[in-house]
Write a protein that binds this ligand. Structure first.
Ligand SMILES: CC(C)(COP(=O)(O)OP(=O)(O)OC[C@H]1O[C@@H](n2cnc3c(N)ncnc32)[C@H](O)[C@@H]1OP(=O)(O)O)[C@@H](O)C(=O)NCCC(=O)NCCS
Length: 164
């Protein structure tokens, strides 16, 4: 059994993530900090082997008073997959977001992320096939249709949520 610990990401862990997983983590601003954000790494022997980051995503009209906790990135080192690391990272984020008062947690995976789509389904997320267009921060994908799945889970009833 691996002795993995889960730690909120600070600048030191961020540097290790960029070094182990690649510069794209920084280039695409995948890690979010501050109010309503949650970023956690799975650490093994002082090195990150997985990470997750979520931020408050504002809805468009007519729901523009509300936010969800949006998982911008979840990634596990390919040498450590299928050991429950992503499940644990997601569970920690769900618990945090529920306590924070978010009504809903959500994410998106393009259809080439086959293992991620299986994972969302296995973790009881609602999944909906959807085509995203023109919203990507990644230049090559901008203004091109990207087929994939939106996923979401309700965390608090509307009455219990903080309207976030
Ligand atoms: C998707 C990803 C984060 C999963 O990480 P992981 O730590 O291996 O996931 P877990 O071990 O917690 O798996 C949880 C469940 O998801 C499903 N699952 C995960 N990987 C799977 C795969 N390759 N094939 C089928 N089902 C899979 C299984 O139901 C699994 O439970 P099980 O192992 O008990 O059968 C990892 O594969 C990854 O980093 N992929 C590349 C990046 C990516 O796609 N990120 C998401 C894009 S938004």
């Amino acid at each position: 059994m691996l002795n993995i610990t889960y730690r909120e990401i600070d600048k030191e862990i961020e540097e290790k993530i960029v070094s182990n997983f690649g510069k794209w983590v920084k280039e695409y601003d995948c890690l979010h900090y501050g109010d309503g954000c949650y970023s956690v790494a799975a650490m093994l022997n002082g090195q990150p082997v997985g990470f997750i980051s979520a931020y408050p995503r504002i809805y468009p009209e007519p729901l523009n008073h509300y936010f969800d906790a949006y998982i911008d990135v979840i990634e596990v080192d390919e040498n450590y997959r299928r050991r429950g690391i992503a499940s644990k990272l997601i569970k920690l984020t769900e618990v945090w977001a529920k306590e924070y008062g978010y009504h809903q947690i959500a994410s998106w995976s393009s259809d080439d992320k086959k293992e991620a789509i299986q994972m969302w389904y296995a973790l009881d997320y609602c999944v909906s096939p959807a085509v995203m267009r023109g919203q990507s921060v990644i230049k090559e994908f901008r203004d091109k249709p990207i087929h994939g799945f939106y996923v979401a889970k309700i965390l608090n009833s509307f009455e219990k949520s903080l309207n976030v």
